[in-house]
Design a protein around this ligand. Structure first.
Ligand SMILES: Cc1cc2nc3c(=O)[nH]c(=O)nc-3n(C[C@H](O)[C@H](O)[C@H](O)COP(=O)(O)OP(=O)(O)OC[C@H]3O[C@@H](n4cnc5c(N)ncnc54)[C@H](O)[C@@H]3O)c2cc1C
Ligand code: SF4
Length: 553
């Protein structure tokens, strides 16, 4: 697919249509400015900016997901009778669009989900080249969010209850929640013994479009990390429907009970893998919620899934919007961060062009003062800790892993190591194909690391090896043994001890802080020495071995 050549009279014919700029994460014909348009009177502009796609050293799967879906979307719009221009170039998206506007005149746009995109396009809006229509793809209202403030904190539970009550979703005729409770979270915590069998996600044929995108990635994005498996990625609308049909029939019946389980034998277990498509709006969340609400499913699966979508997904988006990506309380990094890429690679990352004015590196919250550089283990250098190495390997293969691996392995270990949360957030943004600032930043900076303090969680999500052993099968194949020589539990106690002053007043930490106080000085010393040893080894990119003289043995 090429950019449409500019003929002398093109500008005149172009101006007879209403041109609409559709951002790479707005790929739906019934979203915002595109909704209800007459095809023959409408033109759509899509952008493939090499600057934007190489602003950070994104996983190849993320680039492939965007190129495949954007190109497939362009064909679908053409087929429906719209004129479509795809502008490809090294320049930032805003610059490519400014050039298009010379031909088309001012364009309509849909408000951006990403703060970074809003910042990039602001000068075009101010210059009258873009007229912004509301993004109508969200499922909740500002009032839902405003009413969920509890003291200094936004409460997801309160938000979720209110959305259920207001919409009537999963409510009976008497206004009571189906099944008698709003949340079946306590039923969502089973480990997975190997049965029921976990489903294999669908594969997609290596067709002409996938071959074309493979060539583009090999030519223009060869320096990007991560494996490229184009047959794992949906591209067309039919592909999205196929993945969603698979998720509904194969995953959702068992989704609830095994939602928190982790396994090396099945990376995805019963998770839907829909987030990459949802976040580029190929599959609208509204459609998914309606489908699941109408399905016959065990209540703990039905409620569990809907809670993730109308609860967590919408909630984190509001937190990001309301805190301006945590800029309301924290300093901001000057330029987009690289998540420790250059230390691992040993050479500087080179984007296709400089980032446009207005794009910064995001907020740097640090409630606990954490500043350890992200270990190279996150880039694939073996750490010797099987849980970490297993999850990291899966991320660099797939550009995705499920929620509990993100929270209780990657987030947990980074938090126990006092990793700089900004660097961790940039790493997640780079490594995951579903990452966009509105969703990755609240999940990393507030939920997984507690860097933004108790803005949306009541306590840090940290755990020792008993949790990982209980919820996964990682420990069986690990050189370390949980409860014996595994360093993660001493690191957990060391974390609590280091941050005792800041955490001791937290009512939800009362019990563990009491246990910490009863820990003997000798044990505390070993805890601290373990933390220092593991942190230093991993920061130096070295592998931990149980045979070494470790302080915790
Ligand atoms: C540290 C960390 C980083 C994360 N980064 C991202 C990210 O960059 N992009 C992203 O979409 N999700 C992110 N999440 C949330 C969650 O892990 C993913 O949405 C989920 O794993 C996607 O896989 P799935 O589609 O199979 O989800 P399922 O388990 O099938 O859940 C269904 C849907 O619920 C939504 N959802 C569930 N939990 C969350 C949540 N906490 N925040 C937002 N949506 C949620 C997603 O849209 C997901 O597709 C992150 C979570 C953590 C702890
Ligand atoms: S023994 Fe410890 S390091 Fe190894 S997999 Fe289990 S929790 Fe992870």
């Amino acid at each position: 697919m090429r950019a449409v050549p500019r003929a002398a009279n093109h500008a005149d014919s172009a101006r007879r249509r209403q041109w609409i700029f559709v951002a790479p994460d707005q790929l739906h014909a019934e979203l915002g400015a595109l909704r209800g348009r007459e095809p023959k009177e409408t033109g759509v502009v899509l952008l493939e900016s090499r600057e934007w796609l190489s602003r950070r050293p994104y996983h190849r799967m993320r680039i492939a997901l965007i190129l495949l879906n954007q190109r497939a979307f362009a064909e679908e719009l053409r087929h429906a009778g719209l004129e479509v221009r795809v502008e490809i170039g090294d320049a930032p998206m805003s610059e490519l669009l400014r050039r298009v506007a010379v031909d088309t005149g001012p364009l309509l746009a849909t408000d951006w989900a990403e703060r970074e995109m809003r910042a990039e396009f602001k000068p075009l809006v101010e210059a009258g080249l873009l007229e912004v229509r509301p993004h109508d793809g969200w499922l909740t209202l500002q009032g839902d969010f405003d009413k969920c403030r509890r003291g200094t904190q936004w409460s997801m539970d309160a938000f979720y209850r209110r959305v259920r009550q207001r919409t009537g979703l999963l409510m009976d005729k008497q206004g009571e929640p189906l099944g008698g409770r709003f949340s079946f979270d306590t039923e969502n915590r089973k480990s997975w013994p190997g049965t029921p069998e976990a489903p294999q996600p669908p594969r997609f044929p290596l067709d002409a479009l996938r071959k074309e995108v493979r060539q583009v990635i090999e030519r223009d994005y060869a320096a990007h990390p991560g494996e490229l498996d184009l047959e794992a990625l949906p591209a067309t609308l039919q592909d999205s429907e196929r993945l969603w049909a698979w998720a509904k029939s194969e995953c959702l019946p068992h989704f609830g009970p095994f939602e928190d389980a982790m396994s090396a034998r099945s990376r995805g277990l019963f998770h839907s893998r829909m987030s990459p498509l949802m976040n580029v709006w190929r599959m609208p969340a509204r459609r998914m919620v309606d489908d699941v609400a109408a399905m016959r499913l065990p209540i703990e699966s039905k409620e569990g899934f809907i809670r993730q979508v109308i609860g967590w997904r919408e909630f984190v988006r509001w937190v990001h919007l309301r805190t301006d990506g945590f800029r309301d309380a924290w300093p901001v990094a000057a330029s987009p961060g690289l998540g420790g890429h250059d230390r691992w690679k040993g050479s500087p990352w080179k984007p296709a062009a400089s980032a446009p004015a207005g794009v910064d590196g995001g907020a740097r919250p640090a409630t606990l003062g954490s500043d350890t550089p992200l270990p190279q283990a996150f880039w694939g250098k073996p750490s010797g800790l099987r849980c970490l190495d297993e999850v990291v390997a899966s991320v660099w293969q797939e550009g995705w892993s499920h929620h509990i691996t993100r929270l209780m392995v990657l987030g947990n270990l980074a938090t126990l190591l006092d990793v700089d949360a900004r660097e961790l957030a940039d790493w997640f943004w780079i490594a995951y194909m579903d990452a966009w600032d509105w969703v990755v930043e609240p999940n990393v900076l507030a939920m997984a690391t507690y860097a933004a303090g108790g803005v949306m969680t009541t306590k840090p999500y940290v755990a020792g090896s008993a949790y990982i052993d209980g919820m996964s099968d990682y420990c069986g194949g690990c050189a370390f043994k949980p409860g014996k020589d595994c360093p993660i539990t001493p690191m957990y106690w060391a974390f609590l001890a280091r941050h005792e002053e800041k955490l001791k007043g937290n009512p939800r930490m009362k019990l563990v802080m009491g246990s910490l106080r009863r820990r003997t000085p000798e044990k505390r010393q070993v805890d601290h020495a373990t933390f220092v040893h593991v942190r230093d080894m991993l920061v130096q990119g070295r592998r931990l071995e149980p045979s070494e003289a470790l302080p915790f043995r």
